[in-house]
Design a protein around this ligand. Sequence first.
Ligand code: MLT
Length: 315
Amino acid sequence: MSGLDQTGDSMKYRVRVLNQVSTNGLKRLPSERFAVSADAEEPHAILLRSADLHRAPIPDSLLAVGRAGVGVNNIPVAALSARGVPIFNSPGANANAVKELVLSGLLLAARNLDGALGFSGRLDPSDPELEARVEAGKKEFAGYELAGHTLGVIGLGKIGCLVADAAIKLGMKVIGYDPEITVDAAWSLPSTVKKAHHLGEVLKHSDFVTLHVPLLEATRNMIDAAGVAQLRSGAVLLNFSRGGVVDEAAVIDALETKRLGHYVCDFPAPHLIGRGGVILLPHLGASTREAEENCAIMVAEQVRDYLLDGSIVNA
Ligand code: MLT
């Protein structure tokens, strides 16, 4: 292929690695065929995690993009497709990591750990009232158990189905709904999950609602003021998908009126910072060693196979 680096008799594809792509994944690009670096000029492939490609010029040399993650919001999909450049991602490779963080979110909210974890920092060991303060803390942060409560799972792809399965194992009741696919076509849903056919059915009957949908025009603000108004009083909303799926103003109102007990959000949404009942995480869902490695391996292998023999999976 023209434009390849010549090293002796071998030809190398230039791969630009933008950010946070695990080196174990990059090892899947054999050095005799690929020259991999952060500043590769005229790259044939770009591998990235969360870097924003929207404002970056698309090099004429580009043949493929690999996103070590699931969502492709940070990539100009239409512009690349118009140029015939496939985008590879890694569906499922970080699903277990996200599921585990969702479980942490459920527990943080149910046991008021957002407040309770700061409790010891407020104590003074020489305080004669120490025992009374500990007793007061017990009351202040008393929570409830997940078992027996209902979790609504919106979005029944790999992550949503893993979350549903884990919640059932914890003794929760689960209602599942997906705006794009029928619940029967869901990736792998435990048989005990109640199948909802409308969003409202989930919102009305759940103590916790967790969102696992991509951000599309159809899902933007899918939880709006009308949706929030249908939630059970004191319900917990968890958003581990994308910020735009939830109308933040509606969430703020619902927290103020206590309709919403907690909003657990895996994005640093500026308007929510410092508000009571809000647990904000810096997009940590996929941030485990295992998930980062799985995602990087999956996209590196796809890009490698596409460049070397034209095979396409997940583009
Ligand atoms: C995803 O879309 O899979 C996540 O945004 C992963 C990440 O944090 O990179």
